[in-house]
Design a protein around this ligand. Structure first.
Ligand code: ACO
Length: 327
């Protein structure tokens, strides 16, 4: 019988430092009103510059372990989704393995930008389906504030820092039911954070030719994301022979409230059943879905048997959705 990876524990961590839209008015030519109306964001959490981003991943992982009531020694694999790692090597997964004392776990990072958490869940689920591992820790940890150009009003108002984590274990009838993953590398230049390779074209687009900061063609990405989110969720439902009425919750990547409302309208789904954290935490890239899921779970939103859709989209450009039957 096919096993599903079911979520038995969740955790999240956010930096204490709150940056309001009014704080950004002092940095760039913007207004609280513009940011709220065009994005839905009111504030975001920003990590202190001197602190490593992995700290947030460690805290989220410890909380997920406590929530699952299992020991770190029982974890057999750690997958960390990040597009803003502290090091290229060691991986953030190896750092977290050490900090939580999970010495029995294999560990690696995965980068699918804002779709990364859902990509990582599906990879974890494959290991569960083959029977290779029983307890897998999936973490999404992003310190995007360190690669944001704080002089670029097009991007600096959007992002925040944070981490979310969950533990997957095999189940016969609950857990990850199906997924849809995709990428369109032809659109890769729409969001870039160069590391060692800078071509003139990429540098020219950045303020004062700043290196190693996010550059984004917001309008192109916006259009792609509305289409990707709608198509991916519809595909998932069609494959499962389900109608949208059978879905209890949708947890989308928290990029822009207008992206979410446009897509949700196209899906003919009630907005009250969409988990939103964007107003408080901004876009935390791949961490946004697990943070929203962990917080909603903490607030008692989900019940056993609920059908929950997670849908991510972003850099690459990539998209990923999954259908989960709540344990
Ligand atoms: N404050 C005031 N004005 C601004 C700001 C700002 N913070 N940012 C841009 N503007 C201006 C622009 O300069 C432009 O002015 P112009 O008309 O004089 O040229 C005007 O506002 C409109 O700009 P647009 O880019 O067309 O604004 P839009 O409504 O598309 O909103 C936004 C921009 C918020 C970036 C939107 O396009 C968006 O959310 N895109 C998707 C972003 C996203 O989801 N990214 C996810 C992946 S991120 C990752 O992977 C790291």
């Amino acid at each position: 019988m096919k096993k599903h990876g079911a979520i038995i524990g969740l955790g999240y961590s956010l930096p204490e430092n709150i940056v309001h839209n009014s704080d950004l008015e002092k940095l760039v030519d913007t207004t609280d009103q513009w940011i709220r109306e065009r994005t839905g964001i009111k504030r975001r959490r920003i990590l202190e510059r001197e602190k490593p981003s992995y700290d947030m991943g460690v805290k989220a992982s410890k909380q997920a372990l406590e929530n699952a009531k299992i020991s770190s020694k029982d974890i057999e694999l750690i997958i960390v989704s990040t597009e803003s790692p502290d090091y290229l090597t060691p991986s953030m997964a190896c750092v977290i393995q050490d900090k939580i004392d999970a010495e029995n776990a294999a560990a690696f990072d995965l980068n699918a930008a804002c779709s990364g958490f859902v990509y990582a869940l599906t990879v974890a689920d494959q290991f569960i389906q083959t029977g290779m591992y029983n307890n897998i820790l999936v973490v999404a940890c992003e310190g995007l504030s360190k690669v944001v150009d704080w002089k670029d009003r097009n991007t600096c108002v959007l992002f925040g820092d944070g981490a979310g984590a969950c533990i997957l274990t095999p189940s016969d009838n609950a857990g990850i039911i199906n997924y849809d993953l995709g990428a369109d590398g032809k659109k890769r230049k729409a969001i870039t954070i160069p590391l060692t390779h800078f071509n003139e074209e990429e540098l020219f687009k950045r303020n004062n030719k700043r290196e190693q900061v996010i550059y984004m063609q917001g309008r192109e990405v916006f259009k792609f994301e509305v289409t990707a989110m709608t198509k991916s969720v519809k595909k998932l439902l069609a494959e499962e022979n389900m109608s949208i009425d059978e879905i209890d919750w949708i947890i989308p990547h928290q990029a822009n409230m207008r992206i979410i409302t446009n897509s949700i309208k196209k899906l003919e789904f009630p907005i009250e059943k969409v988990v939103i954290t964007l107003d408080e935490y901004g876009n935390t890239s791949s961490a946004s879905i697990p943070i929203a899921m962990a917080e909603a779970n903490e607030n008692g939103k989900f019940k056993s048997g609920d059908n929950i859709v997670l849908v991510g989209f972003g850099g690459g450009l990539t998209w990923a959705s999954t259908l989960i039957k709540w344990l």
